[in-house]
Design a protein around this ligand. Structure first.
Ligand code: PLP
Length: 364
């Protein structure tokens, strides 16, 4: 919709300046193969469905009542699965919301926050949203798209790193995270582990040792619950308290009754979770081999997506031609990465369709 300048006069000056995040599209195309938003190709645990049905069966009684504002049952399930205490857990409506609260709670202050040039594209959006535009220092990844740890040893008001990184899929070792934590005893270091379950090492065990660490995770990718909107953070209680203060100044009931029940059920079904993760990892390795065979260069992935480039065709054209064939991948028209495609790992069958489409329709 086109808004006229005249209509815009109702908007606050701040909102007129916003450049919102653009989510990957959710198009309604028949026979679509959707490999663009890093959703999990497998359904959530059957126990999740049962839990939702149970809430539904009681809905006449319970839906008129507010949910638990603290979502204690959910925090307990997360604490158990992450081997931390209840007081170490914060939950939010998707980790995007948790990240927004993190920015508000820790980053809105005088010194600049630090993050890589190539990272989750929501960070610049939050930087702007919270008025940190000029308080942000963007640090380039090296030529292999790796975080340069020494860059994070300069005065700052907070650090945020995605691990494994998005959209590069490359993981940083926990010893590097620890080095960053030690170099910054007076600022909060946030590790966004949205994809950690697909093969990277989590920084959660460091929470006990570092009073400046916040680890953020989500049920959206590894637990197949992107539609549910449950994310969480793990940190020491003094940091959790700041997040609770922000949350309770914004929305006291971010997690509804369905989401609490469903997420609890998911955390309680660890065997299903592990089985499904191994399937995604096995499919990833197979897809990487197939893409490499037809001439793609694929960055080393510890995530449920890969970042790949193809020398003899523009990435934007590849993305457009794939789309014509009903296969949607993510293309970022941004410096340094505009020759790459981010491809979500599907089932073996879906990945095969991608390969067949490339081989038989596009690269012929
Ligand atoms: C998907 C993603 C999120 C957000 O996940 P939700 O919990 O669905 O809001 C956060 N960080 C990164 C790096 C992501 O890729």
């Amino acid at each position: 919709m086109n808004i006229t300048t005249e209509q815009m006069r109702f908007w606050s000056p701040e909102v007129r300046e916003l450049e919102p995040y653009v989510p990957g599209e959710q198009p309604q195309i028949q026979n679509l193969l959707k490999l663009n938003t890093n959703e999990n190709p497998y359904p959530p645990s059957p126990r999740v469905v049962e839990a939702v049905q149970k809430v539904l069966a009681n809905s006449a009684d319970v839906l008129r009542l507010y949910p638990d504002p603290e979502a204690v049952e959910l925090k307990q399930a997360i604490a158990k699965q992450q081997a931390v205490a209840l007081e170490n857990v914060f939950v939010g409506n998707g980790s995007d919301e948790v990240l927004a609260h993190i920015f508000k709670a820790f980053f809105v202050q005088e010194k600049p926050i630090l993050y890589p040039d190539i990272t989750y594209s929501f960070y610049p959006v939050y930087s702007q949203f919270f008025g940190l535009g000029s308080h942000t220092k963007i640090l380039p990844l090296n030529d292999d798209f790796e975080v340069v740890v020494d860059d994070y040893k300069q005065p700052n008001g907070g650090i945020i790193i995605t691990n494994p990184n998005a959209p590069t899929s490359i993981a940083l070792g926990v010893s590097a995270i620890e080095e960053i934590l030690q170099a910054n005893p007076d600022s909060v270091v946030v590790v966004d582990e949205a994809y950690v379950d697909f093969g990277a090492e989590s920084a959660v065990p460091l929470v006990e040792k570092y009073e400046n660490l916040v680890v953020c995770q989500t049920t959206s990718k590894s637990r197949s619950l992107a539609g549910l909107r449950v994310g969480f953070a793990i940190a020491q209680p003094h940091l959790i308290a700041a997040l609770e203060a922000v949350k309770n100044s914004f929305n006291s009931y971010p997690i509804d009754r369905f989401a609490i029940a469903a997420a609890v059920a998911s955390f309680e079904d660890q065997p299903y979770f592990e089985e499904q993760i191994s399937k995604v990892i096995a499919s990833r390795e197979k897809l990487v081999a197939q893409l490499t065979e037809i001439g793609f260069k694929v960055l080393p992935s510890s995530a449920n997506f890969i970042f790949a480039t193809f020398a003899s065709k523009e990435a934007s054209e590849l993305a457009a031609e794939l789309r014509e064939q009903g296969v949607i991948v993510r293309y970022f028209n941004k410096p340094r990465i505009n020759q790459y495609l981010r491809i979500t790992i599907g089932t073996d069958q879906q990945n095969q369709r991608l390969i067949d489409t490339l081989k038989n329709k596009i690269l012929v």
